[in-house]
Design a binder for this molecule. Structure first.
Ligand code: FAD
Length: 467
């Protein structure tokens, strides 16, 4: 048997963990002469996936769920034996806060784009003029621009500013925490571009392509999965499946040098690790630092990552006198609020709070108000409570509040992202063969997107090493 080759995965978030798990699975199944090492800078795995269990509550500091329609996450859950822990979100009315008022989210919309006309016509979210302008989607010609453009530009052209600012922007900001007038259409929702090219009207295109919801006595179908014991239980289960000795925690990679046909990784404890192939699953700015001698990595210096914070507030249900019959709301930019979204976690995930308790999870931090993340815990809690009290009657202090800060945590795919990434990948293939980028900075930020990228990296590494 030849000497085994070493594959190093840098970063132990869900992308790196996926790559490690599936690589080891293939190595064992196909008896390949390779070893896997995963190097994680912090003292825990999971990256942005972090669950809290306290006083009978289970909730998340980071992501709270993943999309059911993208299968790779549920597949990984099943791989590591957690299938029985999968739970679907409770559904109910969601709201949008516009001009100090909560409005029901119009039914029949996909990412804020109407698929049915009447709920929009009767919605108080838009003025008559805004509705007329949105209706222009039916008659406007398709856009000529074939390259990339911002999400804002694209949607404003089709529907006008009101629908974009009062509905599309708050919904998309909830995913990307970014400015839709900067975000790339092609790197986030290329399907909308294709719909326009094919059907001209997005409304007509969506009607033809979005699968009709099966009638379930009028009940909305669940769109998200979580896990009974929190999403971090997936991280723990994947870690348990790795071959003992695979993971190095609390030691980051500072620098990577190419030496002949392999790489030397200088770790933060001064040791050097050799690798024949690498999966870099850290955020883009960390990858650039490790490979700072390569000019083509400089594009990542310009790539922003925005900051957000969330607050989980636990109450006795009796403390909330004027409650809202729903699962949460998002906030339009045209509202005088600093919270950007709020989830009634105990309704969306009933197992998250003990009987008789309410758990609200609110976000702050949006483009132009990112400094809110640097305030003290108490200041952030006060901002959130002040905003909540404008729309609901809360009579007691929260039983507890947990503030989670996410600084530079939301990578922003600005216009031209795909081209810039393709350029970096081409350069890497030529100058750093065997090094592969994967993770939320590159081809999708959702958990299933990261898992897809971890799986794709496995194929790239195995194909490279077999040459
Ligand atoms: P990360 O989780 O960032 O992991 C990267 C790892 O690399 C980290 O552990 C880090 O410590 C490590 N690292 C960094 N530098 C080095 C170094 N030099 N050497 C070694 N290791 C290093 N997605 C959803 O699908 N649903 C949601 O509900 C959702 N909500 C979110 C809410 C918040 C607040 C945030 C921040 C994100 C949310 N996301 C959600 C997005 C999703 O959580 C992330 O995109 C995903 O978890 C990122 O995984 P990753 O492995 O690519 O990166």
């Amino acid at each position: 048997m030849p000497d085994s080759k070493q594959i190093v995965i840098v970063g132990g978030g869900i992308t790196g963990l996926t790559a490690a798990y599936y690589l080891q699975k293939r190595i064992i199944e196909e008896q390949l002469p390779y070893k896997v090492k995963l190097v994680e800078a912090s003292d825990r795995l999971g990256g942005k996936i972090k669950s809290v269990k306290t006083n009978g509550y289970t909730f998340e500091r980071g992501p709270d769920s993943f999309l059911i329609r993208k299968p790779s996450a549920a597949r990984l859950v099943k791989e590591v034996g957690l299938e029985d822990d999968l739970i679907k979100n409770g559904t109910g009315q969601s709201y949008i806060l516009v001009d100090k008022k909560l409005h029901k989210m119009p039914s029949g919309s996909y990412m804020g784009i109407p698929t049915q006309v009447s709920p929009f016509l009767f919605s108080g979210i838009f003025s008559a003029k805004g509705k007329l302008r949105a209706g222009m989607d039916f008659i406007r010609p398709k856009g000529k621009q074939s390259g990339d453009q911002s999400l804002g530009l694209f949607f404003r052209r089709r529907f006008g500013d009101e629908l974009v600012e009062n509905l599309v922007e708050p919904l998309l900001s909830g995913i990307y925490a970014g400015d839709i007038d900067e975000l790339s259409l092609m790197a986030t929702f290329p399907n909308f571009y294709e719909l326009e090219q094919e059907h001209r009207s997005l409304v007509k295109g969506l009607r033809k392509t979005v699968p009709k919801k099966k009638s379930n006595k009028g009940k909305k179908p669940s769109m998200f999965y979580s896990l009974t014991n929190g999403l971090e239980s997936l991280v723990d289960a994947v870690e348990d499946k790795l071959v003992p000795g695979t993971v190095v925690k609390g030691t980051g990679v500072d620098h990577i040098e190419q030496k002949d046909d392999h790489y030397h990784l200088l770790l933060s404890d001064g040791t050097v690790v050799q690798a024949d192939s690498l999966v870099m699953s850290t955020p883009h700015f960390a990858a650039r630092r490790m490979l700072s001698q390569y000019e083509f990595m400089d594009v990542f210096k310009e790539m922003p990552a925005t900051s957000v914070a969330n607050v989980a507030l636990a109450f006795d249900q009796s403390a909330i006198k004027k409650d809202i019959d729903g699962t949460g709301f998002v906030v339009s930019r045209n509202s005088d609020y600093r919270i950007t979204a709020c989830t009634w976690t105990h309704k969306k995930w009933p197992q998250s709070a003990p009987e008789g308790k309410a758990l609200l999870r609110c976000y702050v931090g949006r483009p132009g108000d990112e400094q809110v993340v640097d305030l003290s815990d108490q200041e952030i809690v006060n901002i959130v409570l002040h905003d909540l009290k404008k729309i609901m009657k809360i009579t007691k202090e929260p039983e507890f509040a947990v503030v989670s800060r996410w600084k530079n945590a939301m990578p922003q795919y600005a216009v031209g992202h795909k081209e810039r990434l393709a350029h970096v990948r081409t350069k890497m293939e030529a100058e750093l063969p065997g090094i592969f980028l994967a993770g939320s900075s590159y081809e999708g930020i959702g958990i299933p997107d990261c898992i897809d990228q971890g799986e794709a990296a496995v194929e790239q590494v195995l194909s490279f090493l077999s040459q």
